[in-house]
Write a protein that binds this ligand. Structure first.
Ligand SMILES: [Zn+2]
Length: 182
């Protein structure tokens, strides 16, 4: 087991687009194992490499008892949308909000041995593929919410115990204000 710590919203790695995998080597297989172990321990339905601080296009999923991973994913989405489905993210502990997503997704990519794979998902599985592929582009589920839900989410984030935004660092100036924050 190699459980890694999960990066939380506010960590710049979550906003950084990840690089395509080029070497399907031992290190990549270790990354897939770390992602799988960390996801199962959380527990979560999906985990993307940037969430454990690795900028590579890799994610794992565990939905409807199906455990797997995908490398360098490319998605084909249905035009039919699920506007109401609730979604959460391990980088935003305890928060779930309705997040619009395509109902069906075909995900093309590679397994950790470099073999091409095509995965098809509907509902939660499709939602997972979209959420995790977004992570690889530096996109977070709050970006997909309608403005009203996003406002609620941002308020909850500011109030969340885990959030760096909830306890802003107040920098005191040694000059000018005599050490008082304005
Ligand atoms: Zn997430």
């Amino acid at each position: 087991m190699a459980i890694q710590s999960i990066r939380l919203f506010g960590d710049p790695v979550l906003r950084t687009p990840a690089a395509p995998v080029v070497d399907f080597d031992k290190e990549l297989r270790k990354l897939v194992k770390d992602l799988t172990d960390t996801m199962m321990d959380a527990p979560g339905a999906g985990l993307a490499a940037p969430q454990i601080g690795v900028g590579l296009r890799v994610f794992t999923y565990y939905v409807d008892d199906q455990l797997g991973h995908l490398i360098n994913p490319d998605l084909d989405l249905s035009s039919e949308m699920d506007e109401e489905g609730e979604e959460g993210c391990l980088s935003f502990p305890g928060l779930t909000y309705p997040t619009p997503r395509a109902v069906r997704a075909v995900a093309k990519g590679f397994d950790m041995h470099g073999e091409p794979v095509v995965l098809e998902g509907t509902d939660l599985m499709a939602r997972c593929f979209q959420h995790e592929t977004d992570h690889l582009d530096g996109i977070l589920f709050i970006d997909r919410m309608d403005p009203k839900q996003r406002k609620l989410a941002m308020k909850a984030i500011r109030e969340a115990e885990w959030s760096g935004l909830s306890a802003p660092t107040v920098k005191f100036s040694p000059h000018a204000t005599g050490g008082k924050a304005l």
